[in-house]
Design a protein around this ligand. Sequence first.
Ligand SMILES: Nc1nc2c(c(=O)[nH]1)N[C@H]1C(S)=C(S)[C@@H](COP(=O)(O)O)O[C@H]1N2
Ligand SMILES: [Mo]
Length: 243
Amino acid sequence: MTAGLSTAAGLTGLAAAAKLAQRYGLVPPDGGGLYGPGATLTYAAQRLLTANSLAREFPKSLISKPPFANPVAPLGAEFTRLQAAGFADWRLALDGMIARPVSFSLSDLKQLPVRRQITEVVCEEGWSYIAEWIGTPLVDVLNAAGVLPQARFVVYRSFDREWWESIDMADALHPQTLVTWAMNDGDLPVTFGGPLRLRVPRQLGYKSVKFINQMTLTDSLKGFGKGLGSAASEVGYSWYAGI
Ligand SMILES: Nc1nc2c(c(=O)[nH]1)N[C@H]1C(S)=C(S)[C@@H](COP(=O)(O)O)O[C@H]1N2
Ligand SMILES: [Mo]
């Protein structure tokens, strides 16, 4: 399959590779249009060659001081109210292809297995920083929710609903994909996406959505927004942003 993909790419161009990717279910949601074949080739090749690879982890001595937060717009009165109450009422709600809709408070999440990892946030604009992220592996949250076998993607949304993203099950079940609630030995600051942020260290920073409070398991991204898999893809960023 891998050999076939590169041969097809070399011999008859990207369109043939895209056809082959389709046969193996490796076409990204933004695989149509002018740049579609290139996006498909990148995604399919990375999934075939590096499906289980680990993002680089760093020693404590390399943690950035201070870390750099990209500013976000004010989140409104409801967020301020939740924050004033120490986010005791914050919930991460899951629906779609799971056994039954379920939601987790921060303390529910903290009962699940904990992982700490020192990884880099890499923005497509060219800057990056290293921090320690502490949270619940998404795979453990999904196991607690009982994901149905037909689920192929996890769609996740920011509190403001403007920023939303999705990942495939290879990233959703990957041990480094973390529902993060702490950072560098403290609570996760709001500037860094607190109280809850999905860290996807194998992809660029924009996949690590801040203030997440909702996830949907689905077998197709067609019914979400313009069907391109994320808010970022709707403004021209590639859905798959592997690094
Ligand atoms: N909700 C939300 N999540 C977001 C963003 C945002 O504007 N809103 N920006 C994204 C982008 S483009 C990047 S590069 C990272 C920046 O992470 P940082 O603020 O921790 O540096 O967050 C991502 N997550
Ligand atoms: Mo970014």
